[in-house]
Design a protein around this ligand. Structure first.
Ligand code: HEC
Length: 160
């Protein structure tokens, strides 16, 4: 890897991610003790891969833990999780007993919701490919593209 270049662009990228990464790191933890029904638990656990990925990335930029050499594994994990996300929401669980932060309107707007998850799959796959190059010029925009999927969906389809 070209380290000097990596570090300069890392500073730039940390600005881009600065607000997103910590946001996801702690999200949902106050709910973690509530009893979920099985489907809710499965999709929650899939989603945690994205939260964990951005949390790890945030720590790398802040020099708290990990190194840029961890990027390919982090991105690959997110891409793998994304291939399982849509399936984890397929079942309409409206009215099921137990905790979930998934809003009912997911299944009223299934096509829109599914399309968003298809896009997440495409964007995380591209991030995974970019991460393997070790080139921050390619990694940064790919990472930003992944991050752009999260909040807009949560705002519409996830309880706070
Ligand atoms: C297409 C919609 C959609 C996209 C895109 C999406 N999420 Fe989610 N996410 C949800 C929904 C809905 C839940 C709640 C699931 C449940 O509780 O049943 C959730 C839950 C989570 C959780 C679990 C925490 C909690 O409060 O339950 C984390 C962490 C998370 N998402 C992170 C992310 C990150 C990071 C991204 C972007 C890389 C992302 N999500 C992209 C819809 C989405």
């Amino acid at each position: 890897m070209k380290f000097r270049k990596l570090i300069t662009s890392a500073v730039v990228a940390s600005f881009a991610l600065g607000t997103a990464a910590p946001l996801f790191a702690d999200e949902g933890h106050e709910h973690s003790k509530k009893k979920r029904f099985e489907e809710s638990q499965v999709r929650h656990d899939v989603m945690e891969h994205f939260g964990d990925g951005f949390s790890k990335i945030g720590k790398i930029f802040k020099k708290e833990a990990g190194t840029f050499a961890d990027f390919p594994a982090i991105a690959a994990d997110m891409a793998d999780a994304a291939t399982k996300t849509k399936a984890s929401f397929l079942k309409d669980t409206r009215g099921m007993k137990g905790h979930t932060e998934a809003k009912d309107i997911i299944w009223d707007n299934w096509d829109d919701f599914a399309e968003r998850l298809d896009k997440l799959e495409v964007d995380t796959a591209a991030f995974s490919v970019a991460a393997k190059t070790g080139d921050m010029k390619l990694i940064q925009p790919a990472m930003k593209a992944v991050g752009a999927n999260c909040k807009s969906c949560h705002d519409k389809y996830k309880d706070k």
